[in-house]
Design a protein. Structure first.
Length: 94
């Protein structure tokens, strides 16, 4: 999924993309990015830290609480969508 999203972003002309394979590394990258990250597009299913857990970390940190966050998932369970909305995700794509 990550590779597909990146390819699409590049086709639209975006070049400043930070790619991470798991949520823990992504969280570190968000905190350390210079310039700051302007948008997070995260898969729900990631090793070590799920996309939902990454979203919760982002929203809990005052520096990033309003950072736009899109959650991409192949899951269709309504309970997961409800969890993401409760954590203040911007968009859910499934």
């Amino acid at each position: 999924m990550r590779k597909i999203v990146i390819r699409c972003l590049k086709e639209f002309g975006y070049t400043d993309i930070i790619e991470q394979a798991d949520g823990d590394v992504a969280w570190a990258a968000i905190q350390e990015a210079d310039p700051k990250v302007g948008l997070v597009i995260s898969d729900w299913n990631m090793p070590k830290c799920s996309g939902l857990d990454l979203l919760k970390r982002v929203r809990a940190d005052g520096r990033f609480k309003s950072l736009p966050f899109m959650l991409v998932t192949a899951e269709s369970e309504g309970g997961q969508v409800t969890q993401a909305l409760a954590a203040r995700v911007e968009r859910i794509y499934h």
